[in-house]
Design a protein around this ligand. Structure first.
Ligand SMILES: *[C@@H]1O[C@H](CO)[C@@H](O)[C@H](O)[C@H]1NC(C)=O
Ligand SMILES: *[C@@H]1O[C@H](CO)[C@@H](O)[C@H](O)[C@H]1NC(C)=O
Ligand SMILES: *[C@@H]1O[C@H](CO)[C@@H](O)[C@H](O)[C@H]1NC(C)=O
Ligand SMILES: *[C@@H]1O[C@H](CO)[C@@H](O)[C@H](O)[C@H]1NC(C)=O
Length: 702
């Protein structure tokens, strides 16, 4: 993401490789036969609903409202890279990619329509209106007027934003579709001209590092939507443009089909420090996006091997570089799984969407579990409870959050401010991109199944009103999940239909469901985790009671982490939070026009022990009996669900001004005690990856 901070030498070497061979396969393009079966796109197992169909309820609505009232929902009014973006006539961009306001747009469109928030709708309308009004005569969207400055990448997320907008607000659909068709013409002609806009040449300056080619497939989601829903007479041109994007990525040596291969993928879990796999494939955010590259081609070629490869990709990532909280450990490049390495917030935001999307095509239950894991752990763990500040990188073990006093530190391409909660710690990309995670999670929480039914796949509280074959169906899901294990559905329908609830992979067989007939039985999900209910027309209700036990995941060198349901748990550490002036990513002070009374950086210091070992054979679930959840919920002491774990204080050395890796032979310095463990997402400083020791029985009752 931080294009500008990648070493110049690296840029030069990439440019040299681009100059080399154009693989033969890049030159072969399917000839387009019209919209027959060969040119129909593959349909997913789970179809997402048009943006705006699903509305949030309960705790999730509260968090989206905080997001709207917080940083993401106010960037348009004050933040220099959005408010003064070149896209809307301003002059402030953080890099030549000109990606800041498109990132913002891609986030705020689903937030505005998810919440039906008139203020946010005003922002996105004003922005879109300006950009579409200023579409250039040749169809180009955005501020750049010369071939030297026109890169395609930032257009990808602008188009994703437009696509979502057109789905949610039909008064704008024609205008948006017109603009997209005009844009396809210019993009197509640029790509035919030596992949202009995708591969920077000598004398040009729009993407020296080659991020756009790595993310070429990001154009596919909006163009595939256009192709299926509003092709007009341009199906062939749209299709060819998508093929050209992929060919360009191949020509730039950015073909993810060559990377997600066992033996090629860098299979290292723990390596020495400061030896990153320096290659844009190994960039955490690129990887989170690149997971979707094979599927974007699969939709067009129907090549089942690409679907299989997606499973391989997910499995490789999971085995070698997945963090305990569900994101990718990469700062910004993947290295090892040591628990003080960072995971960039943009990566978590992209992973939230990618795992939901990949689940829609593969249907495998563990993928939806993974989407929940990142949304309930990595994402809130890096965002302040009031949604006004965020981290650049999150550590699994992070006893404090401050400007680390070691430079260069253990991070590869991240500075000492990386774990500070602030306005733009280290780099502004996460400031403008973090907002997409929750609104898109909502938009993908219910899906349409292949048999024409509806499934609740991401188990947050929400509602959906839609028509199935012209019959109106409305479903309301009420739950405190993941803080409670009970889900209640109220359904009205003018027709019989099949309703499904996804039963998470970790749920015990003793979990129960009560169907529309009032009968309670044990869960009996399909292979892919779907519990089916045959719902009759009229008013019905369904309940699901999940049951589970805490799960201990062991890691290298006698260490472990603890989960309960979809939540990762970490030690409760009393925190002293103080606010300081925000620091700009450049290290200067931020122009005052680009701050508000809410924009702070924070220093968080521990005020209780953080240096412990645990005995994971001794865990107790401590669930408070509550009827409502606190808001903000992702705050220390807010969730009603905690654990008690047998723990003991140990000597834990420091390294790089933070906790070193878990000690191999922990030296015990205290008496065993009952430690409070809280959801990782609620603890802004936390210890989650801990050495294991055996202890005598500890009283966990308090
Ligand atoms: C497609 O082309 C035909 C023939 O030129 C024209 O009559 C029709 O209006 C076009 N349709 C659209 C949607 O542009
Ligand atoms: C499901 O859980 C709810 C809330 O905890 C409880 O009131 C209800 O009795 C449970 N139902 C079954 C069938 O276990
Ligand atoms: C275990 O610890 C040793 C010593 O610090 C280290 O060299 C090794 O890489 C660790 N193994 C793993 C798998 O982390
Ligand atoms: C909290 O941290 C601030 C800043 O480091 C410090 O000035 C203050 O004394 C601390 N408060 C407590 C109660 O330790």
């Amino acid at each position: 993401m931080a294009a500008s901070v990648i070493a110049k030498a690296f840029t030069a070497s990439l440019l040299i490789t681009i100059g080399l061979a154009l693989p033969q396969e890049a030159l072969k393009r399917n000839s387009f036969q019209g919209r027959d079966s060969n040119t129909a796109l593959i349909q997913p197992v789970h179809q997402s609903f048009p943006l705006g169909t699903i509305k949030p309820r309960g705790w999730f609505r509260d968090q989206l409202t905080l997001e709207a009232d917080g940083l993401a929902g106010n960037l348009f009014d004050f933040y220099r890279f959005v408010h003064d973006s070149m896209w809307i006539g301003g002059s402030t961009e953080y890099s030549v990619l000109n990606e800041a306001s498109p990132y913002w747009f891609n986030s705020i469109v689903p937030l505005a329509f998810g919440l039906d928030d008139p203020r946010l709708k005003g922002q996105i309308y004003a922005y879109m209106d300006y950009v579409l009004d200023h579409q250039q005569d040749d169809g180009w969207l955005g501020p750049e007027t010369t071939p030297e400055t026109r890169g395609l990448w930032a257009r990808c997320y602008f188009l994703v934003g437009l696509m979502q907008y057109a789905q949610a607000d039909h008064t704008q659909t024609n205008r948006i579709v017109d603009a997209m068709h005009r844009y396809v013409v210019i993009a197509n002609s640029m790509l035919k001209d030596g992949f202009a806009g995708l591969i920077e040449k000598e004398g040009q300056n729009y993407d020296g590092d080659g991020f756009g080619a790595m993310r070429a497939h990001e154009m596919h989601i909006p163009l595939q939507w256009l192709y299926e829903n509003h092709p007009r007479n341009n199906s062939q041109l749209i299709w060819e443009t998508m093929e050209l994007m992929i060919e360009g990525s191949v020509a730039a040596n950015s073909d993810w089909r060559k990377y997600w291969v066992k033996g090629v993928y860098p299979e290292v879990t723990y390596t020495p420090r400061n030896e990153p796999f320096k290659d844009l494939f190994n960039h955490g955010v690129n990887m989170a996006e690149g997971l979707r590259y094979p599927l974007s081609i699969y939709r067009m070629t129907h090549d089942e091997a690409l679907k299989t490869q997606t499973r391989t990709a997910v499995d490789l990532l999971s085995q070698y570089h997945k963090s305990l909280a569900g994101t990718i450990i990469g700062d910004e490049f993947i290295t090892d799984l040591n628990p003080i390495r960072g995971a960039e917030l943009c990566t978590a935001a992209e992973m939230t969407f990618s795992m939901a999307y990949i689940h829609q095509y593969l249907g495998d239950n563990d993928l939806a579990d993974w989407a929940e894991l990142v949304a309930f752990n990595a994402v809130p763990g890096s965002i302040f409870p009031d949604w006004w500040s965020h981290q650049y990188v999150q550590q699994e073990n992070q006893p404090w959050s401050r400007n680390l006093a070691v430079s260069p530190g253990m991070w590869v391409n991240v500075g000492t401010q990386g774990n500070v909660f602030g306005l733009e710690p280290n780099y502004p990309c996460c400031t403008v991109n973090h907002g997409q995670a929750y609104p898109k999670f909502l938009a993908n929480s219910f899906t349409k199944t292949q048999d024409g039914g509806i499934a609740h796949v991401l188990l947050i509280p929400g509602s959906i009103t839609t028509s199935l074959d012209n019959n109106l169906v409305s479903i309301q899901a009420d739950t405190m999940y993941p803080f409670g294990m009970h889900l209640k559905y109220t359904i009205t329908s003018s027709t019989d239909f099949s309703f499904y609830v996804r039963i998470p992979g970790w749920a015990d067989e003793s979990s129960t469901v009560t169907g529309p007939d009032g009968k309670t039985s044990k869960v009996s999900p399909s292979d892919q985790g779907l519990q089916k209910f045959s719902v009759r027309r009229g008013l019905s209700s369904v309940t699901v009671n999940l049951s589970t036990e805490p799960r201990v995941v062991t890691r290298a060198n006698n260490t472990a982490a603890i989960y309960y349901g979809p939540l990762l748990y970490s030690l409760h550490i009393d925190a002293n939070v103080s606010t300081v002036q925000p620091v700009a990513f450049s290290g200067d002070s931020i122009p005052s026009a680009s701050t508000t009374t809410h924009t702070h950086d924070h220093v968080i210091e521990p005020e209780s022990v953080w240096n412990i070992a645990i005995d994971p054979s001794q865990i107790r679930v401590a669930q408070a009996d509550v009827s409502t959840l606190a808001n903000p919920i992702w705050d220390l002491n807010a969730p009603p669900l905690e654990l008690r774990v047998a723990a003991v204080e140990i000597d834990w050395p420091l390294e790089f001004d933070t906790a070193a890796d878990p000690p191999l032979e922990p030296k015990i310095t205290g008496k065993p005690f009952s430690a409070r463990f809280v959801p990782f997402g609620s603890a802004k400083i936390h210890m989650a990856h801990l050495p294991v020791v055996q202890m005598d029985k500890v009283d966990l009752s308090n």
